[in-house]
Design a protein around this ligand. Sequence first.
Ligand SMILES: Cc1cc2nc3c(=O)[nH]c(=O)nc-3n(C[C@H](O)[C@H](O)[C@H](O)COP(=O)(O)OP(=O)(O)OC[C@H]3O[C@@H](n4cnc5c(N)ncnc54)[C@H](O)[C@@H]3O)c2cc1C
Length: 263
Amino acid sequence: MYDFDYAKPQSLQEAQDLVGEDKKLLAGGQTYLPTLRQRLAMPEMLIDLNAIDVLKGICEADARVSIGAMTRHAEVAASALVQKMVPGLATLAGGIGDPAVRHRGTLGGSLANNDPSACYPAAALALNATIHTSKRSLEANDFFQGLFTTALDEDEIISHVTFPAAPCAYMKFKQPASGFALAGVFVCRLEGSFRLAVTGAGQDGVFRWSQAEDALNADASFRDFKALELEPDMIEDMHADADYRRNLVQVATQRVVQALAQL
Ligand SMILES: Cc1cc2nc3c(=O)[nH]c(=O)nc-3n(C[C@H](O)[C@H](O)[C@H](O)COP(=O)(O)OP(=O)(O)OC[C@H]3O[C@@H](n4cnc5c(N)ncnc54)[C@H](O)[C@@H]3O)c2cc1C
């Protein structure tokens, strides 16, 4: 690690006054601390968000579920409100990594990081969640902008995220060592229409599979996802080549759509 200053603000405003080009936010540290340890980043200051209570917790607001950016995955998984209103999100959070990761990792950190194999981006995009920041509110449709890239400015802090109540389900094939998605599919029925987002597979990160959505919207009993075009270039790595990943996406879609039908 390189040397850095450390601040632990007590309020969102205090954090906002500190954050900037070389002054970076720390949530659960699940991604950022290993990055620092490997000397892949050299911030002047770390701004620890862990003492800011307003960033934590889960509540119902205007028929949506509102989840603070510093809420841990384990809390989302265990929340009766999330299980009732956005069931696929509870399933997703409960399947992230291992217990240590689930008790430290945060919703805000996951979305801000936008790892192409992370699970939350699929739920946020399928449900078109609203990402509220210290400056504005962004729809998930506009938030994810490619590999590890989002619409966030350098000095912008995610405060909370609201998800619409919807029947929904999530299924992933895990990379066995980490739990990250080799291919993960989140499907929901929002205002009568199917929306489906894929993570872990696309070279540019999370994406909506519009051909599958169109097929389901034309016929809710459609299941022949192997017959559909899957346009984005697939990730190829030591865990799975492109054809294998494409197959995983198709199979995961079949299973998750079936699971949604049984809700
Ligand atoms: C072993 C392991 C297995 C994992 N498995 C999975 C998995 O199966 N599925 C999955 O989805 N994820 C997985 N993860 C990722 C994990 O769930 C974390 O969410 C992710 O690493 C981000 O960590 P964090 O929340 O602690 O944020 P940090 O590491 O503290 O921060 C990550 C980035 O987000 C920025 N940031 C943090 N909070 C905010 C905020 N409120 N506003 C703006 N920017 C912010 C930070 O500056 C930093 O750039 C895994 C991680 C590990 C280490």
